[in-house]
Design a protein around this ligand. Structure first.
Ligand SMILES: [Zn+2]
Length: 288
């Protein structure tokens, strides 16, 4: 498969929602040559994304994307070159030709307007990563891990059921190991990133051969145009810290189950996920 955009590299974090990918994307996007474009799957015809695009506010000025300078320029460029608008794009199209065209158009315009050749797409979902890879794009997965108890707690705060999320967490990474297990997969731990951002960013950039003169941690000084993601994208100072709220909010019994279910994530072998699912089902025939 020919690479449709050989001059562009896509960095693609893979993790469940609320694992810290907005922070990772903001930090990566602060480095020279890299542009954090937010969750690009928002330009799609998927019903959930259409609402998010219409309701989402750009992180630059907290206005709708039509009122943002960056997206207005991107829109103008793609309509001038291809006769398309951002609203018409379907970057999750099932049809291969549309997928290739619409993603090429969007990525090329973002690269031209931002003047960067490395773009962080924070969509996170595995299916989009696989589609991009199969279409020949140069896409590098960055698997991001955050403690399962902390992830479950973040979902619970948004009214999700802890038991469902405790099952979802390992199933997400099972999908990663099955479909996105490439040789150049990078891994990073959220807790380590927060603790030692310079070292962790250096490790990633070295592995993808990006020359690093110095690491810039002042992500709040840059202007971003994320349309979706954690509200921290609106934050005006660069302080980051680990929240241990979950320790008081998630009971010991819940913690036990969350850690037990997430156990295969540490090993990250597909066969072990399958084995463990069968093993724990013996204990979980009755909920809790
Ligand atoms: Zn903007």
């Amino acid at each position: 498969m020919d690479n449709p955009l050989p001059h562009i590299t896509i960095l693609y974090p893979l993790c469940p929602s609320y694992s810290g990918s907005t922070l990772l994307s903001l930090l990566l996007g602060s480095q020279q040559g890299i542009y954090g474009a937010g969750e690009l799957f928002i330009f799609s015809k998927h019903p959930e994304r259409i609402d998010a695009l219409q309701e989402g506010l750009c992180s630059c000025n907290q206005k709708r994307y039509q009122d943002c300078d960056f997206w207005t320029k991107t829109n103008a460029l793609i309509s001038e070159k291809y006769g398309l608008t951002l609203e018409q794009l379907n970057v999750e199209a099932e049809d291969k030709e549309t997928f290739l065209l619409h993603n090429s158009v969007l990525l090329e315009a973002i690269s031209a307007i931002s003047q960067n050749t490395i773009i962080v797409d924070n969509s996170k979902i595995v299916s989009r990563f696989v589609q991009l890879q199969q279409a020949g794009f140069n896409v590098i997965p960055i698997v991001l891990y955050r403690e399962p108890q902390a992830v479950v707690h973040s979902w619970v705060k948004r009214q999700y059921d802890w038991w469902d999320v405790a099952h979802y967490y390992p199933s997400f990474y099972k999908e990663v190991v099955k479909y996105a297990n490439t040789q150049d997969t990078l891994t990073i731990r959220y807790e380590a990133l927060v603790k030692n951002p310079i070292e962790e960013l250096q490790k990633i950039l070295q592995q993808i051969d990006i020359p690093i003169n110095s690491i810039d941690l002042n992500w709040q000084q840059q202007t971003y145009h994320h349309l979706k993601g954690n509200p921290m994208r609106f934050q005006k100072d660069s302080t980051i810290s680990i929240s241990n709220d979950w320790k008081n909010r998630i009971s010991l019994r819940q913690q036990f189950w969350i850690v037990l279910l997430a156990f295969p994530v540490k090993m990250h072998r597909y066969w072990f996920y399958l084995f463990w699912e069968r093993f724990v089902v013996l204990f979980t025939w009755k909920r809790y």
